[in-house]
Design a protein around this ligand. Structure first.
Ligand SMILES: [Zn+2]
Length: 299
């Protein structure tokens, strides 16, 4: 099934305070710290990059203006453009598979070391890898919600309706010279396509309302009930393992603050600085997949 990419993103710049102290450590240090402890994981785009999903915050990612919830709701032309790109993206974008890092976390859950995963990704790769207790903090790519009546439908069903409303659209985009490889993917399954003015988006078939991917966009809040379940999952473990996220958005960072406040050990695995580094008991600045595999082998 085609995968869209991570959802909530923004260009907000942050810098660690100049006097911030970061406790850098190795995988060995992380193993020593986590041995004998139960763990909850918090993951971001970095766990999926080895599955071929680009991390839009990495330095070499294409620059894109983030789509906001307000834009989506307020502007019909914007929505038409959005859905046209999203529809092509849905049809052609990567058929991705979980990687060894996702599988490492599933193994740790099987062995009851890991209590569960809170993920900022919408790609469902943790579920595909066999993780059972996953909180999809920012939603999931395979669902669409009606902003008026609140009904949730499957993205696959919507794809059929969009095909019926726009016969030949996807083919025409691809015939125009674009190939799957050419289509630049964006953090929400968009493929960058210019000719969208004739695209007909589908309204909710129950009430005629506006449909939106069930993904938390910039400018939207994570539903309160989901946040509470995520806090409970952090509380449920002895330690927090953060992997593959720069923690730029508060929706993830707050769980690190929560764990640190409760004096729980926090291990952050990420290539490059993260906004949570000063809160980490150990920061491992190393490849996410390799580190998760090493942890699963040794914990
Ligand atoms: Zn509706």
């Amino acid at each position: 099934m085609p995968r869209p990419l991570a959802p909530t993103y923004q260009d907000r710049r942050w810098e660690l305070p100049p006097d911030a102290v970061v406790h850098h450590g190795t995988i060995d240090d992380a193993v020593r710290l986590l041995t004998g402890r139960t763990v909850t994981a918090l993951t971001g785009a970095g766990v999926s990059t080895d599955s071929g999903i680009p991390d839009y915050r990495s330095p070499d990612s294409p620059k894109r203006a983030p789509m906001t919830y307000q834009q989506f709701v307020a502007d019909e032309a914007f929505r038409r453009h959005y859905w046209a790109r999203n529809h092509v993206g849905w049809q052609v974008v990567h058929r991705t598979e979980p990687n060894a890092g996702h599988r490492a976390l599933a193994r740790l859950e099987d062995r009851r070391v890991l209590r569960g995963v809170i993920t900022q990704n919408v790609d469902l790769l943790h579920e595909d890898a066999g993780s059972r207790h996953v909180i999809d903090l920012h939603g999931r790519y395979d669902r669409v919600i009606c902003l008026q009546c609140g009904r949730v439908i499957s993205r696959a069903h919507l794809a059929e309706r969009l095909d019926a409303l726009n016969p030949g659209f996807v083919e025409s985009v691809l015939d125009d010279g674009a190939t799957v490889a050419d289509i630049e993917t964006a953090p929400d399954a968009d493929a960058v396509i210019e000719q969208t003015s004739h695209f007909v988006p589908a309204p909710c078939e129950f009430c005629g309302g506006v449909l939106k991917p069930e993904i938390v966009y910039f400018g939207e809040n994570v539903p309160r009930e989901r946040v509470q379940r995520a806090y409970a999952l952090v509380d449920d473990a002895d330690a927090l393992l953060v992997a593959g996220t720069s923690l730029t958005v508060m929706s993830g960072l707050r769980f690190v603050r929560h764990a640190a406040k409760a004096d729980k050990p926090v291990v952050i695995v990420n290539r490059g600085e993260t906004r949570g580094d000063p809160l980490a008991t150990i920061k491992v600045d190393d490849g996410v997949t390799e580190t998760l595999v090493a942890l699963a082998d040794r914990l």
